[in-house]
Design a protein around this ligand. Structure first.
Ligand code: SF4
Length: 469
């Protein structure tokens, strides 16, 4: 399904590289491969060992870097960021990495996730005299680090991280060191790779493939890694029993060629389709996936059910970026532009339509109608994840609870609303089975938006974060 019309929005991707003379350019390529994680702004901060230099802007990675003078971004260390902003956050000042200069040492931060107690911390900082320049929760961490000690060290960063609650993958850069931190529950993905002698860090492993780097390992929950000319060292600033990787990274958010916590995203989606077919097969003629993120699940469903998989819906890749259009009406028009039925395949067929998830249901309704208009005899909707009934507090901007169709309607009502002949979702057990093949390594997933089982709680946290990323 299409991020911009579904109502789920990815909340940023981070990339860092240490020890390569083309650090800024490689960051550009790395960010480009993670464009799906955020299309509203991008940036890089480079260090030449003495000073930090930034280049950032609003728009797609290509737009932001089109006129970049890479010779002015010399240095063999860089951190970069692609951003999707929550409401009210679409301004240049919030585009990351955020860079703060001081007389002693400067600091740049790139963040994926959401600090749940940012509002409270911000209030405390302001009461104590801090003046914050952005509405980003990332700036809060910068202040906490600076207040934790004179110098930016593992200790001051660990002290600051222990004051924040939420889901986060952080890259923190000062002139001569890079720090990499993951939240204690490991909700957001973050991996380490190598490119020759250089260290590479990225939200998704597809960024390693893009630049010819090799995957080395996952960053562990509660781990703080320091990279400097002495090499890489690791410490834990917090310990939790179980990792809770965001299940939506597998369902929908990450690229199919990425491996998230040792599991390939395409393979997990295919498994979801297989489990779905086992749980709720129905008599039909063909299986069709909604492009792009539902194709893998549709292939799995077809394989398991023995029905033919057909390319019954085509996505037009050259349509403008409809996601920037704010109104529901315009978003719905975007579906018509982006998706087309293949009439000769659909006509007269009983179709199983596989989608990865349903948020509001408005898009599903239009796709079902589109298939029926193209002559489908029946349309049976099968969703390759459990229904979304709860808000996410961990950095994924979903619709509010009022807008979530499954939070407010029964299965029968949803089927009727979207005009399907039948509908079924994958069970929670089916989802876990599809993703967690080896629990000793993978240690669990967050399914809070589907099950309401929140792995991290914070009183007063808001559904839509305070300009998180
Ligand atoms: S609540 Fe849902 S979207 Fe948010 S981290 Fe958990 S699984 Fe991911």
């Amino acid at each position: 399904m299409l991020a911009e019309i579904k109502g789920i929005n990815e909340e940023c991707g981070v990339f860092g590289i240490w020890g390569h003379e083309k650090a800024a350019e490689l960051t550009y390529y790395g960010l480009h491969s993670m464009q799906h994680r955020g299309q509203e702004g991008a940036g890089v901060v480079v260090s030449d060992g003495n000073q930090l230099k930034a280049h950032k802007g609003l728009g797609l990675v290509n737009d932001v870097f089109k006129n970049a003078d890479f010779s002015a971004l010399s240095g063999n260390v860089a951190v970069g960021h692609v951003r999707y902003s929550t409401q009210g956050g679409k301004v240049l000042e919030n585009v990351q990495p955020l860079l703060f200069r001081s007389q002693t040492e400067s600091i740049a931060l790139a963040h994926n996730g959401n600090i749940m107690n940012a509002y409270k911390l911000r209030g405390e900082l302001e009461e104590e005299g801090s003046i914050l320049q952005t509405s980003s929760d990332t700036e809060v961490l910068a202040h906490l680090i600076k207040r934790s000690g004179n110098k930016i060290t593992e200790e001051t960063i660990a002290k600051a991280l222990n004051q924040v609650v939420g889901a986060y993958a952080y890259l923190i850069l000062k002139e001569n060191k890079m720090f990499v931190a993951l939240d204690p529950t490991g909700i957001r993905p973050l991996s380490i790779g190598r490119l020759g002698e250089a260290y590479v860090v990225a939200s998704e492993t597809c960024a390693f493939d893009q630049i010819g780097a090799t995957f080395e390992r996952e960053v562990l929950p509660g781990e703080l890694i320091t990279i400097s000319k002495e090499g890489m060292t690791s410490t834990r600033f917090a310990m939790r029993e179980q990792r809770k990787m965001c299940a939506m990274e597998y369902v929908y958010l990450s690229r199919p060629d990425s491996d998230v916590n040792h599991v390939n995203v395409h393979a997990s989606r295919k498994n979801m389709g297989k489990e779905l077919a086992k749980e709720s097969n129905v008599s039909a003629d063909i299986v069709v996936g909604v492009p792009d993120s539902s194709i893998s699940a549709a292939i799995g469903y077809a394989e398991e059910s023995g029905l033919p998989y057909e390319m019954g819906i085509i996505k037009n890749r050259y349509v403008g970026r409809t996601f920037i259009q704010p109104s529901q009406e315009l978003r719905e028009q975007g579906v018509k532009l982006k998706l087309s039925p293949v009439r000769s395949i659909i006509e007269g067929q009983r179709v199983i339509m596989i989608d990865d998830s349903i948020v509001r249901g408005t898009t599903s309704k239009r796709i079902v109608q589109m298939l029926k208009d193209a002559g489908a005899k029946e349309v049976h909707v099968r969703i390759a994840s459990p229904s979304i009934k709860n808000p996410c507090y961990y950095g994924i901007d979903m619709s509010t609870r009022d807008e979530l169709i499954a939070a407010n309607h029964t299965l029968e009502e949803i089927s009727e609303i979207i005009g399907a002949d039948s509908i079924a979702y994958l069970s929670e057990e089916g989802l876990e089975k599809a993703i967690l093949k080896d629990k000793t390594i993978h240690q669990g997933i967050c399914t809070a938006c589907m099950t309401g089982k929140y792995p991290v709680k914070e009183e007063g946290a808001k559904e839509i974060a305070y300009t998180s990323c």
